[in-house]
Design a protein around this ligand. Structure first.
Ligand code: HEM
Length: 159
């Protein structure tokens, strides 16, 4: 609410409190976005391909999900899915040009695979946990806060 408000009232110099809140909101969104990108850079600098590790953790927690990927022999769908999820996270921390509707639609598409909302959202917490583990001690509280904001925004992204 405040975030969308901030876009409108950021140029309201005569309402100092609103302007202050709007700026604070914008700054926090920018910080999350920056920290999120830094978290991805950290992972990239320590691991060439985190995709198999993310799916290994998903399948450890939800063994029944592995069989759903049987046709994905070249792991292309796995990589594409992860890439889309990261793009959504980035967009959710920024302008949200597509992520909320994309996630809401994918929740429904995934129902066809018996993937509940909990499992769908676990994809994001799993990425966070794997990435954090790969960071070689470079993970920061700001990165955790950014990912926490992603979890909350994903949980709210529904039709
Ligand atoms: C643990 C959670 C999830 C599971 C188990 C899951 C499972 C699947 C499965 C079985 C497929 C079909 C793979 C194939 O065609 O061989 C798929 C495709 C896809 N999923 Fe997920 N999904 C999850 C979460 C997500 C999330 C969070 C997103 C994005 C926000 C997402 C986006 C997609 C997309 C875009 C495709 C199409 C990929 C392609 O065919 O190239 N999925 N998912």
């Amino acid at each position: 609410m405040l975030e969308s408000l901030s876009r409108v009232i950021i140029h309201a110099p005569h309402i100092p409190l609103l302007r202050h809140l709007a700026l604070r909101c914008q700054t926090s969104a920018m910080t999350h976005s920056h920290a999120f990108e830094q978290s991805l850079e950290t992972v990239a600098s320590h691991c060439e391909d985190p995709v198999p590790l993310v799916y290994a953790q998903i399948f450890e927690h939800y063994p029944e999900m592995e069989a759903l990927f049987i046709l994905d022999t070249d792991h292309g769908a796995r990589g594409h899915m992860l890439n889309e999820a990261l793009s959504c996270a980035q967009d959710l921390l920024g302008p949200d040009t597509f992520a909320t509707s994309f996630i809401a639609a994918e929740r429904q598409n995934h129902e066809g695979y018996a993937i509940t909302d909990d499992i769908f959202e676990a994809f994001f917490t799993t990425m966070h946990s794997v990435f954090r583990g790969l960071s070689n001690g470079e993970w920061t509280p700001a990165m955790d806060a950014a990912w926490q904001a992603v979890f909350e925004k994903v949980a709210a992204a529904r039709l």
